[in-house]
Design a protein around this ligand. Sequence first.
Ligand SMILES: NC(=O)c1ccc[n+]([C@@H]2O[C@H](COP(=O)([O-])OP(=O)(O)OC[C@H]3O[C@@H](n4cnc5c(N)ncnc54)[C@H](O)[C@@H]3O)[C@@H](O)[C@H]2O)c1
Length: 441
Amino acid sequence: MRLTVIGTGYVGAVHAACMAQLGHEVLGVDVDAERIGALAAGRPPFYEPGLSAMLKSAVDGRRLRFTTSLAEAALFADTHFVCVGTPQRADSGASDLRHVEAALDGLAPYLRDSGYERVLVVGKSTVPVGTADRLAERLRALAPAADIAWNPEFLREGRAVRDTLRPERLVAGVRSVHAETRLREIYAPLLADGTRFIVTEPATAELVKLASNSFLATKISFINAMAEICDATGADVRTLAEAMGADSRIGPDFLAPGLGFGGSCLPKDIRAFAARAEELGLGPSVVLLHQVDEINTRQRRRVVDLAERLVGGDLGDHGVAVLGAAFKPHSDDVRDSPALDVADAVRRRGARVRVHDPEAVDNARAAYPELQFALDVAKACEQADVVLHLTEWPQYRELDPAALATVVRTPALVDARNVLDPVAWRAAGWTLCAPGRPRLG
Ligand SMILES: NC(=O)c1ccc[n+]([C@@H]2O[C@H](COP(=O)([O-])OP(=O)(O)OC[C@H]3O[C@@H](n4cnc5c(N)ncnc54)[C@H](O)[C@@H]3O)[C@@H](O)[C@H]2O)c1
């Protein structure tokens, strides 16, 4: 089948490559000509495990092409996935839908003359409940043959290819039998593999995405609130989380105490969800989400406090090594990265900060030009008075604490992700602390 993917960022580029991998003929479309140039040459514009080889094979095999032209997109296929960004508005917590609207308004005039009897626009971007129905009205006025469906995306950066080819569920918010049939045809290889296909109307599909992300964010903030209680009572949050997670009704996932969540999704999604609910007069139903957000933001401050405690007060003029810049491991995405937020807060207190990350240094440097970066861990840690472990890349777990102790000025470590082995680090002479583990040091 032929389809287009409009918006070729973290979601769209992966979706386009994976749809080509499933055997479809795909045209990727973006307003960013530089991005389209890189993708057309088979080069992903960001780091995502497994994407590079799949993209190159699809481009070489001519199953995947790229363009900046929506006119070409309208002629190429009768099904168009919309994967453009929906960032937080500058003036509120609400979702900024201007890219979604621009993509639809740009495509619609060409749909009239595309020659297809029926056209389906499938939104994958995360949008407030009610968006698809509103956009359907808008689209109908411009292109009467076009229908709209919402098929929210649940991929996780760092494992996006796997999540797209082996999703835990597909959710199809449809307004017609034609839309459902079309989506079943597109995802046929996944459905044949047993992927659950949940069909509903667009409002529920839109809500599934925001409710799921809100639940995940709540789980993270819940355990971080427990970390605050542990700090005040001498209890250990890692053991607490392990014991809670062993209960199958609770489960261990997203119960990792530490620096909290960031990235381009969870923070803006909970704010957008709360803003939309308030717009609907349902503020009390989502008051919890404001607390989830507050608890999360507070963890960044708490990690800075732990660093201060380790250097004995003022961070000014101290050397601080930061391990991690990406908002999560296996990604080079630094959007709303807790690690960089902490690194910058420490810099603003007068510390000499050097940041390491296996993949995200270029993006981090562009976002935070005032910070210093190092291409290897030892260089970042040279003469440091305290090391902050802020993104849980697996390679940081494999560091040799004894070797690193010879590089730093003072062997002091904040394990803000609560994953390093305290016994091994202490045995190598390190003083360490971590959120929710007051007895560690
Ligand atoms: N990144 C994730 O992990 C993830 C996961 C699930 C859902 N989502 C949602 O998916 C959507 C996309 O997220 P992303 O991280 O891929 O964003 P992104 O910023 O990486 O990519 C968006 C792309 O859309 C392009 N674009 C903007 N306006 C356009 C237009 N009018 N026409 C064509 N292209 C246009 C941009 O140039 C960019 O390449 C968002 O709604 C996000 O909330 C993201």
